[in-house]
Design a protein around this ligand. Structure first.
Ligand code: LLP
Length: 391
């Protein structure tokens, strides 16, 4: 991803900024496309992972659909020319305004998460003289074995409709002339690296499908959500996630009926590895147990470590590419940001080459849920995006 001449260019740019390697993005996208097409699977990019226009353009041009979780994401998808019939709109709390705008735009499908939501969509669709296509997001009660903040498919989570509610849901749909049930939707969580939970999901979806077919309810679309994890520890070695094995699990274990189309909503796996947060060392300060490297990027630019204690590989680019010192991994540092919160910490007791004021650092695998989750806290300015094709 990096080389000497690139880092020399970085030295001329004000930090912090997000750097996007479009070669990695293009290679990742080509792989998702090739592997999903083998099975006729439809991919909707989960905009929540990264909504940068240039990234949306590349993904849209490759022919992917869009998975949105707010009215503004639907608008961003439309603005960036995602095909309207490829836009799905999910979320436990859609506002009337968001529903009306999406109905007016005639998006492909609403992923519905509660009985009340179905009733409201029916009313709003009636007022617009429209029929809303919906998929029921069903909580499959499958444990994704990931961080508890990003586990979504358990009964205790706020997401989806529980299996035991289906009778009541179908009663409501029967009495909702402006609703057309077309699909079932599932999403068990994010950053899932072990494929076993996806196999369990397939088994569960097969059971749930039986409930519908035994009642002669036709389901034409199955949406399995997203969740495929990426390698935060070895971003160079494993720059492209194993889409082949991921889709193979669904091909093998999911019972797909003749008239059914299968959809996925991938976010992180498509964009995480192409992004790095580039920051400069402001100060190096002696501590009691370890020294501190204070960067000019903090939790305001990348909140994942503070929020989920998540690991991101941290590299001292200046030392790695320009140091003549052979004793590179010598010192233990806490790598922190400038924000007045103790949780503003990227890594503790990390072994790094001797670091100094002015050294450039890269925080890797930040293309997904990085820039989109940035905060204005402390009146911080938004870190800009730099793309590999324009540097
Ligand atoms: N579909 C639904 C319904 C979702 O809730 C999500 C992510 C996705 C698709 C995309 O999942 P992915 O392929 O990206 O795993 N901010 C957290 C991740 C939150 C994920 C929310 N839902 C993080 O930084 O790890």
């Amino acid at each position: 991803m990096f080389n000497k001449s690139l880092i020399e260019k970085f030295q001329t740019i004000e930090t912090p900024f997000y750097y996007y390697d479009l070669d990695i993005l293009n290679r990742t996208i080509a792989d998702v496309k090739a592997e999903s097409e083998k099975h006729n699977f439809n991919i909707h990019y989960a905009l929540k992972a990264n909504t940068n226009q240039q990234i949306l353009k590349i993904i849209c041009n490759a022919g992917f659909g869009a998975d949105c979780v707010s009215g503004n994401e639907v608008k961003a998808a439309l603005r960036n020319q995602f095909v309207t019939e490829s836009i799905v709109f999910a979320g436990v709390g859609k506002t009337d305004k968001e529903i009306i705008e999406s109905l007016t735009a005639d998006i492909f499908c609403f992923n519905c998460e509660s009985i009340e939501e179905i009733k409201v969509i029916n009313q709003l669709a009636a007022s617009l003289n429209k029929k809303a296509r919906i998929a029921l997001r069903i909580n499959p009660n499958v444990n994704a074995n990931t961080h508890h903040y990003i586990t979504t498919g358990l009964e205790e989570n706020k997401f989806g409709i529980n299996f035991w509610e289906l009778e009541a849901v179908m009663e409501v749909i029967k009495n909702s002339p402006n609703i057309q049930l077309i699909g079932l939707h599932f999403h068990i969580g994010s950053q899932i690296c072990d494929l076993e939970p996806f196999r369990l999901l397939c088994t569960r979806v097969n059971e749930i499908q039986q409930w519908f077919s035994s009642r002669n309810i036709s389901i034409t679309h199955l949406n399995l959500g997203g969740g495929l994890g990426v390698d935060y520890h070895e971003p160079d070695k494993n720059a492209i996630p194993n889409f082949k094995s991921y889709f193979a699990v669904f091909h093998k274990f999911l019972e797909i009926k003749k008239n059914q189309q299968v959809h996925f909503e991938l976010g992180r796996s498509m964009v995480a590895q192409c992004g790095s947060l580039i920051s400069k060392v402001l100060f190096v300060k002696e501590g009691k147990k370890t020294n501190f490297i204070i960067l000019d990027a903090g939790m305001t630019e990348l909140i994942r470590p503070a929020l989920y204690q998540s690991y991101h590989k941290i590299e001292n680019l200046t030392a790695d590419f320009f140091s003549t010192n052979i004793n590179t991994n010598e010192t233990k540092y806490d790598v922190v940001g400038p924000i007045c919160e103790s949780s503003d910490c990227f890594a503790k007791a990390l072994l790094l080459p001797a670091s100094e004021r002015g050294h450039l650092f890269a925080i890797r695998t930040t293309g997904a849920y990085g820039q989109v989750m940035s905060l204005e806290y402390n009146l911080r300015e938004k870190a800009p995006s730099i793309y590999s094709d324009s540097i």
